[in-house]
Design a protein around this ligand. Structure first.
Ligand code: 9WN
Length: 433
């Protein structure tokens, strides 16, 4: 079977009738940023289906504008995934059960790329006029309710919000969180994937504690005493890319794109504060300069937050930001020994030379296909075509050899986590097209 047919099979097999599950076994509901990547691939098979994927996700949007990180399927057993709907206790006014946290905003970019795949079909179905106000409400939620540091960037309040759950960038902030007792919940992920590839039980205790605190404050951003609050480079870079996409969407609708371009410009300027030693770093809004050992640099006097020292793939993702002032330095870091672009498989999730590096464990070293797609897009935008082509070839070979693994060992390319994984198939289809 050709790689294209195999990728298509994965997406057809994981399609539920209105959306796509990331993995039938490990993640049997709809995930927010997964759906955005999935739409980017699906648009090559069926632009209409890609539109439906995004619109079914937007069907779970809250009245405050947030797009929750999981939209639960009523057709799936309530305890198939932990934490499930009974833990989150969140139902939209439309009756959809969801989680209460969010994930990176790739959606406007996905909507614009989906529109471009078949403009006639998009116009016929009125796709852009329907999704534009929802995307504007989503970005407005992020830029107002989530600017917790008051510095013009969006903060995440849970490691799951980054999409890079157990990244070493969260270690210091998580160490301050008292974990929920291990006998107070039952993990389901380790039923489907090797425990060595997944976050530890201690991580899970802390994830549960943070989510329960937010839930117990009715997910009110002004009222919750967030113990964990960080400005994440990838989250904000994706918001910038999506503001540029919103400007394109506004123009296509005959609207004035200026405020989206202005938002992108302001965010890009604010993101610059996270750049030090050739890489963007997360800013921990709850750490004080005195307690942060070995911090990558403190924010200016009087302003909250400390840059965390860990170097992760999140710090390279700003490569996708159009006109990024730090692009040349960032590219040099990507190619250097810390991330080994062109020397190891895809792009590792964490600094290969870092003290917390683990080649098998989830976001602490393994290479992921969605982040490789983002770096590929950045390289293409920067006209680094040879390097982009090399990354593309590696990604396509690995998708094939690992049966669309969730992530791979950066040194030998062996599969880790789940297989038959939707966004792996989706970005494969996109790079084949
Ligand atoms: C928690 C679905 C999601 C991805 C995340 C990835 C993983 C969930 C989990 O799976 O997170 O949201 O249970 O581990 O880290 O990026 O969206 O594929």
């Amino acid at each position: 079977m050709s790689l294209r047919s195999a990728a298509k099979q994965v997406l057809l097999g994981n399609w539920t009738g209105h959306s796509t599950v990331p993995s039938r076994s490990l993640y049997p509901h709809q995930w927010s940023w997964d759906s955005a990547f999935i739409a980017i691939g699906l648009r090559h098979l069926s632009p209409r289906r890609a539109q439906v994927e995004l619109e079914s996700l937007f069907g779970s949007q809250w009245s405050d504008g947030r797009i929750p990180h999981i939209s639960f399927s009523p057709a799936v057993a309530r305890d198939a995934y932990f934490p499930g709907p009974d833990f989150w206790q969140a139902t939209t006014t439309g009756g959809v059960e969801t989680s209460g946290i969010i994930q990176p905003p790739v959606h406007a970019l996905a909507a614009w790329l989906t529109h471009q795949a078949d403009e006639a079909e998009s116009v016929r179905r009125g796709f852009l006029p329907r999704v534009y106000p929802k995307l504007v409400a989503w970005h407005t939620y992020l830029r107002t309710r989530r600017d917790l540091g008051g510095r013009g960037l969006v903060a995440i309040v849970h490691p799951w919000e980054s999409g890079m759950d157990n990244s070493p960038a969260w270690d210091d902030a998580l160490a301050r969180v008292t974990p929920a007792p291990l006998d107070s919940f039952t993990r389901r992920d380790t039923d489907h994937a090797s425990p060595a590839d997944r976050p530890t039980d201690l991580d899970y205790g802390r994830y549960v504690q943070l989510a329960a605190t937010y839930r117990d404050h009715q997910y009110d951003d002004a009222a919750t005493p967030f113990e964990f609050a960080l400005d994440d480079p990838a989250f904000n870079a994706l918001l910038i890319a999506s503001e540029h996409a919103l400007a394109d969407i506004a123009e296509a609708l005959g609207l004035d794109p200026t405020h989206h371009l202005k938002a992108a410009e302001e965010l890009t300027k604010a993101l610059g504060e996270l750049f030090t030693n050739g890489l963007f770093h997360a800013r921990d809004l709850r750490a004080s300069a005195e307690v942060a050992s070995g911090s990558a640099g403190s924010a200016e006097a009087g302003a909250p937050g400390v840059l965390v020292p860990a170097g992760t793939i999140s710090g390279l993702i700003p490569l996708i930001v159009p006109g990024l002032p730090q692009a040349a330095d960032l590219l040099a870091t990507a190619r250097g020994e810390r991330f080994g672009l062109g020397q190891v498989h895809l792009v590792p999730s964490y600094d290969l030379t870092g003290p917390a590096f683990e080649r098998e464990r989830y976001w602490r070293g393994p290479s992921w296909f969605n982040t490789a797609w983002l770096i590929h897009r950045g390289l293409t935008t920067l006209n680094e075509q040879d390097q982009a082509d090399q990354l593309r070839d590696d990604l396509l070979k690995l998708a094939d050899s690992t049966d669309f693994a969730e992530y791979v060992d950066p040194y030998d390319g062996s599969p880790r986590g789940a297989q038959i994984f939707s966004w792996t198939a989706a970005v494969t289809l996109d790079l084949l097209s």
